[in-house]
Design a protein around this ligand. Structure first.
Ligand code: 5MM
Length: 341
């Protein structure tokens, strides 16, 4: 492992003014997104949609540091035969790959999940590196509910995240470590804070035990936020203040950067929260975005599967990428939302 090179890639992924496009929806998830815009989820439509994003020259060259791809996409070619991965490289962004293989029910822990995909991961990473991937992603899913999460679910997921991260670094690939505490329930922000603290502490404990070099990774966490069904929704300032406090308590300064997931927040909320955190300042790591839904909901709607809407889809994507890029520097303002590029 060459740690200096891993650190260089990790720092590039969290360059201020840029962030990561999470375009790694698995087949089931992209089908749900396409169902919402009444587009059939065929291989060609998935390719056309992602090609539209990767050919958004302004967004990709100015505001996107890296793109997380799904296995199907990393092997796909654009309509003119250019590998999609090359389009990303030509824009100056770094290609990355989702390497987890989804979740399975965790035995003895009703309602809880463990992320799988460690078998043959070393061989898969080698092939992805040859194809151009310089970072990877693995997402653990922790749900909050009555009596959950259990320490068992937190431990086994942290162990798997660390096993994955160590294998990535051995393959000269920067691991994005994503322990996602879901915001689906009716819990309040303080419960989210407590659970996320346990999850992050256990994750960093496992990363240390398994000798993962913190300078060569990026953390992708949820924010400390109220559950979607909670009657009392925390304000933007409270989310920012509590998330920064939580991360300062749990994330070592050796980690180059933190790239948040959006987790079901509205587009504008995800931007406002990131912006408010960066305005607090004095942070030991870079704070940026690695959004899926909060970057893609608008372009998906504008595109709606029609070739004549490609330019509109690209405009919508560029606008969201620009808003989040500004937020990564604490320079976003709500008034900018009205000026769609
Ligand atoms: C883009 O969605 C990613 C893949 O999800 P599935 O494996 O469930 O299909 C997902 O991991 C995503 O990268 C993160 O959840 C962040 O996306 P959001 O939409 O929460 O910003």
């Amino acid at each position: 492992m060459n740690l200096a090179d891993l650190n260089k890639v990790a720092l590039a992924m969290v360059t201020p003014g840029k962030g990561i496009l999470a375009a790694d929806e698995s087949s089931g998830t992209i089908k749900k997104r396409f169902d919402a815009i009444k587009v059939e989820s065929t291989e060609e439509n998935r390719r056309d949609y992602r090609e539209m994003l990767f050919r958004s020259t302004e967004a990709m060259s100015k505001y996107v540091s890296g793109v997380i791809l799904y296995d199907e996409t990393i092997w796909q070619n654009a309509k003119d035969g250019t590998p999609l991965v090359k389009l990303i490289e030509q824009s100056g962004a770094i290609p990355g790959i989702k390497v987890d293989e989804g979740t399975q029910a965790l035995p003895q822990c009703p309602g809880e999940l463990v992320t799988v995909g460690l078998d043959k991961l070393a061989e898969r990473l080698k092939k992805y590196y040859e194809r151009g991937a310089r970072f990877a992603k693995w997402r653990a899913v922790i749900d909050i509910g009555s009596g959950i999460p259990s320490m068992t679910a937190i431990s086994v997921n942290a162990h798997a995240l660390a096993r994955y991260a160590a294998l990535c670094q051995a393959a000269q690939i920067v691991p994005i470590v994503e322990p996602e505490v879901l915001m689906d329930g009716d819990h309040d922000i303080d419960r989210c804070y407590d659970v996320t603290q346990r999850v992050l502490n256990k994750t960093f404990q496992e990363l240390r035990v398994q000798r993962v070099e913190l300078e060569g990774m990026v953390l992708k966490p949820n924010m400390a936020i109220s559950g979607k069904k909670c009657a009392k929704q925390a304000s933007v300032d409270e989310v920012a203040e509590k998330t920064v406090r939580l991360l300062k308590a749990c994330v070592p300064a050796a980690v180059p950067g933190i790239a948040f997931l959006s987790g079901g927040q509205s587009d504008e909320e995800a931007t406002a929260h990131l912006d408010a955190m960066n305005r607090i300042g004095g942070l030991p790591w870079k704070l940026t975005f690695s959004y899926g839904r909060a970057l893609q909901a608008a372009p998906q709607k504008a595109w709606s599967g029609k070739a004549e809407n490609v330019a509109a889809g690209q405009r919508a994507f560029t606008h969201r990428a620009k808003m989040n890029a500004l937020a990564s520097k604490g320079e976003w303002e709500t008034g900018l939302e009205k000026k769609v590029a």
